[in-house]
Design a protein around this ligand. Structure first.
Ligand code: CTP
Length: 407
């Protein structure tokens, strides 16, 4: 699972974004991938082969006719070695030549010769990207099954603004992970809660929190990529639900509790990522509360604990999140025992960390080992979390596994 020991051919064509390719190699290798770099002649105008060799720890491939290749056929050897070919940056010229099946340099030729998935991260001036010729080429390549990653929108090296920026290395790493998303949860039903809850005070006011839902949505997407049938029970967020995930939208903690309870009966895994309000007003006013009084007291009552309730049922592998502002490990261990769950993913919140941020770091705590996952994008973190959950779930439930094998 993941990209550990996967063979990645990174093609670099001649665009200014090539300076990011070195960072991309470093990140892929940090996840255990083996990376071989192929550069076009123009790419060498932007970044040196020496740099790419240093970061990849492998000789860089520059020429179609390479006497150093074992059988003198570097393109075939690389094409066979690759588990995936990622071209980043992919310039307009490279894209055009690939569309037309050119085999006039090593990178184009190996893209034609490989059976591995080919993915391109376009990088060019926004006008060039929007030109009908480029757009037609992209459509043709997509129809042939080539993965097109991005481009991003924003300020460009040429001083213009618009679509055409190469995706950031971390986003490209996510895309490579997705290629290898395993069927680790094939046939399993996973219920995920996400987002905040809304506890009404009156028809226009309520108690909520700063949860963006990003982590929960990323977890739901990663579980779906791993082959699970996913139900995402979400409080109010601004996010679009991931593809292939069934969304159940709820408001209050009680709504979330009811929706989860009606879904977990036939589920194998429950992952509680939502930031559920601990208390709700004893009763919500029917009319908007007027400011007649100088002070206003709202009496609150405790909400049901969804995670504890699911953990008690004993049919699901349960995973909780622990959002803490201090003493993370201590509080997380307390929650593991108090709620009787199988795994706690703890993270620090407050000071811009956690809830609204795009990156996150987690401490995974169960009754055995503890594992720390360093700060990375939430989708990337979610994929690793799903792998860790799947490992533990399969170790705990071999009976379910053998039942699945006979289905
Ligand atoms: N949780 C839940 N239902 C609740 C409260 C929390 O399912 N009513 C889940 C959360 O989704 C999370 C875990 O329990 O997975 C821990 O949530 P957290 O807010 O960190 O802990 P609490 O149980 O609310 O404890 P405290 O606020 O005292 O830290």
């Amino acid at each position: 699972m993941g990209i550990s020991n996967k063979h990645i051919v990174l093609g670099v064509s001649g665009g200014i974004a090539a300076y990011k390719s070195a960072d991309l190699v470093r990140r892929l290798r940090e996840h255990g991938a083996q990376v071989k770099v192929v550069m076009t002649a123009n790419a060498e105008q932007f970044i040196t082969a020496l740099t790419m060799q240093a970061v990849s720890g492998q000789p860089v491939h520059l020429s179609l006719l390479d006497p150093a290749a074992e059988a003198g056929m570097g393109h075939i050897e690389l094409a066979r070695w690759a588990d995936v070919v990622l071209v980043a940056p992919a310039t307009a010229n490279f894209i055009a030549r690939l569309t037309h099946g050119s085999a006039d340099d090593l990178l184009n030729t190996l893209c034609l010769a490989t059976e591995a998935p080919v993915m391109l991260a376009p990088a060019m001036n926004q006008q060039m990207w929007q030109d009908p010729a480029t757009q037609e080429n992209i459509t043709t390549l997509k129809n042939r099954g080539v993965g097109i990653l991005g481009p991003g929108v924003g300020d460009q090296a040429c001083g213009e603004t618009g679509p055409g920026r190469m995706l950031e290395p971390a986003e490209l790493v996510d895309a490579v992970f997705a290629v290898f998303a395993s069927g680790a949860l094939e046939g399993d039903k996973v219920v995920v809660t996400a987002g905040p809850t809304w506890e009404a005070i009156d028809p226009v006011r309520g108690i909520t929190n700063l949860s963006s839902g990003k982590m929960g949505y990323a977890v739901a997407e990663a579980a779906s990529e791993a082959g699970a049938q996913v139900v995402l029970v979400s409080g109010p967020t601004c996010l679009a639900p991931p593809e292939n995930v069934r969304l159940v939208s709820v408001c209050s903690a009680q709504n979330m509790y009811d929706a989860v309870m009606s879904e977990v009966g036939d589920a194998q895994i429950f992952i509680a990522v939502a930031a559920v309000a601990d208390y709700r007003p004893v009763s919500a006013a029917q009319e908007k509360i007027k400011k007649h009084r100088d002070t206003l007291t709202i009496e609150l009552v405790k909400n049901p604990d969804i995670l504890s309730a699911v953990a008690q049922r004993d049919n699901c592998f349960t995973v909780g999140f622990a959002a803490e502002t201090s003493s993370i490990e201590k509080h997380a261990r307390e929650k593991l025992e108090k709620k009787g769950v199988d795994l706690i993913a703890a993270n620090k919140v407050g000071d811009g960390e956690g809830f609204t941020a795009d990156d996150n770091a987690l401490l995974l705590i169960d009754r055995g080992e503890m594992r720390s996952l360093p700060s990375m994008s939430k989708p990337q973190l979610a994929r690793i979390l799903i792998q860790e959950i799947s490992k533990r779930y399969h170790a705990k439930s071999p009976a379910q596994d053998s039942r699945r094998a006979h289905r």
